[in-house]
Design a protein around this ligand. Structure first.
Ligand code: URA
Length: 230
């Protein structure tokens, strides 16, 4: 009798029918689903939440970088031969949507040494209920860079859309913005992508939807609370 019963993972197929062409999901492997299962579990400790969400963030950042352009580059190897490869083209920076997006900065820094990082704080305006810009700080030459926009949860898409609007006001064209998140709602993706079809969206998982409090379902709860407070 085996101790463990091995099961084939039930990997949901991403519903490509509604996916806008600007949306890219991480490969939906059993490994990724296991990482998400840990961080979704309400019993997971803060330490494990940090560790496993960082693993997913790292995968997302690597996938985001795959969407950056490269140019032909030849190098000479220690064997004296020429290798015709490619090199990175263009400068990048990260922009985190505070506060939860800050959690993704370390993952970006691990992969891109000395990367510049800007910040943006958007909150609901109590009078209008619309997302309002409270603070932003960007590298001075942001208009010349590719921007990796960081926010772990794409729920209604309100903050992300406001962030793109602010980046555009600072001269960043939409096609140079790559929005990276761990979990997205179908509603948020649809709204965001119809407003900003040129922005690429890299997401780890697309969930079922939103509840009446605009939390993603099944989701993982409040990302910022789980990362910083529990
Ligand atoms: N922000 C979160 O942290 N969680 C959600 O489910 C939605 C937005």
């Amino acid at each position: 009798m085996p101790f463990l019963q091995l099961i084939s993972p039930q990997i949901p197929t991403v519903r490509k029918d509604f996916l806008p062409p600007s949306v890219f999901t991480l490969p939906q492997t059993a490994q990724l689903e296991a990482l998400f299962t840990i961080i979704r579990d309400k019993e997971t400790t803060r330490g494990d939440f940090l560790f496993y969400s960082d693993r997913i963030i790292r995968l997302l950042v690597e996938e985001g970088l795959n969407h950056l352009p490269v140019v032909k580059k030849s190098v000479v190897t220690p064997t004296g031969s020429t290798y015709d490869g490619v090199g990175f083209e263009g400068k990048i920076c990260g922009v985190s949507i505070l506060r939860a997006g800050e959690a993704m900065e370390a993952g970006l820094r691990e992969v891109c040494r000395s990367v510049r990082i800007g910040k943006i704080l958007i909150q609901r305006d109590e009078e209008t209920t619309l997302p309002k810009l409270f603070y932003s700080k960007f590298p001075p030459d942001i208009a010349k860079r590719y921007v990796l926009l960081l926010d772990p949860m794409l729920a209604t898409g309100g903050s992300a859309m406001k962030a793109v609007e602010v980046l555009r006001e600072h001269g960043v064209p939409e096609e140079r913005i790559i929005f990276i998140n761990l979990i997205a709602s179908p509603e948020g993706l649809k709204t965001f992508c119809s407003k900003h079809p040129q922005v690429k969206v890299i997401t780890g998982w697309i969930d079922q939807g939103l509840n009446e409090k605009a939390y993603i379902i099944p989701g993982l709860g409040d990302f910022g609370e789980r990362r910083y407070c529990e």
